[in-house]
Ligand binder design. Structure first.
Ligand SMILES: Cc1cc2nc3c(=O)[nH]c(=O)nc-3n(C[C@H](O)[C@H](O)[C@H](O)COP(=O)(O)O)c2cc1C
Length: 186
């Protein structure tokens, strides 16, 4: 099996991270991988905000949790109340992926970029996880103001976040793949 396929098949979501930071060179490689994802008509209507400052990540988390407390969904309110809940799993690097709201294919473009980041990270032995919460809370005024401070373009909306760092636990095996999810017509 070639290395690319091996990398795709062995990537797992990592939810426990060591404190040590990834190198600037590795972060740049991951950001390059994001920017080389396909986009409809080559529009590249996206922005990647990498944050490696612990206090700034904590400030964002506080705003997210405050927004979650206002949710109509009980599960989110409970997470927001939980002092131990960290949506980014204490990863030392987060990459907030946002999009130009006017583009019809914005979510698809960003999904391709996010997956590229996870795969690039895995190829560098860096753990990663796709985190959805800012797609839900990103338009909350307080969250939005922290995002703007971090450099997310004001007229963009957050699609998702890739969190990155070194895994502090043994990796778990992938769940078995569902049967019957493809067919081949010849
Ligand atoms: C659109 C999307 C949103 C996700 N959001 C979260 C999230 O907010 N928190 C989390 O821990 N994992 C999140 N994940 C990761 C999935 O839970 C994970 O990919 C899935 O359980 C399969 O595990 P694997 O990535 O190890 O193969 C998300 C994945 C996708 C594709």
């Amino acid at each position: 099996m070639n290395e690319i396929i091996q990398n795709i098949l062995t990537r797992r979501s990592i939810r426990t991270y060591k404190e040590n930071q990834i190198s600037d060179a590795d972060l740049n490689t991951v950001l390059d991988a994001a920017q080389f994802a396909p986009t409809a008509m080559g529009k590249q209507g996206w922005h990647f905000t990498a944050v490696q400052n612990k206090e700034k990540i904590e400030k964002l988390i506080s705003a997210i949790k405050e927004a979650m407390l206002k949710s109509s969904i009980e599960q989110y309110r409970k997470m927001g109340e939980n002092p131990n809940f960290n949506p980014f799993y204490n990863a030392p690097t987060i990459v907030i992926t946002s999009y130009d709201k006017t583009l019809p294919t914005k979510e698809s473009d960003c999904a391709a970029a996010l997956q590229n980041m996870l795969l690039a990270a895995h190829s560098l032995n860096i753990g990663s996880c796709w985190i959805h919460i800012l797609a839900i809370t990103g338009e909350d005024p307080k969250v939005k103001s922290v995002l703007t401070e971090l450099g997310v373009p004001e007229d963009y909306a957050v699609f998702g976040t890739a969190v990155l760092g070194y895994n502090s636990k043994e990796e778990t095996k992938a769940a078995p793949r569902k049967e019957g999810t493809f067919n081949i017509v010849k």
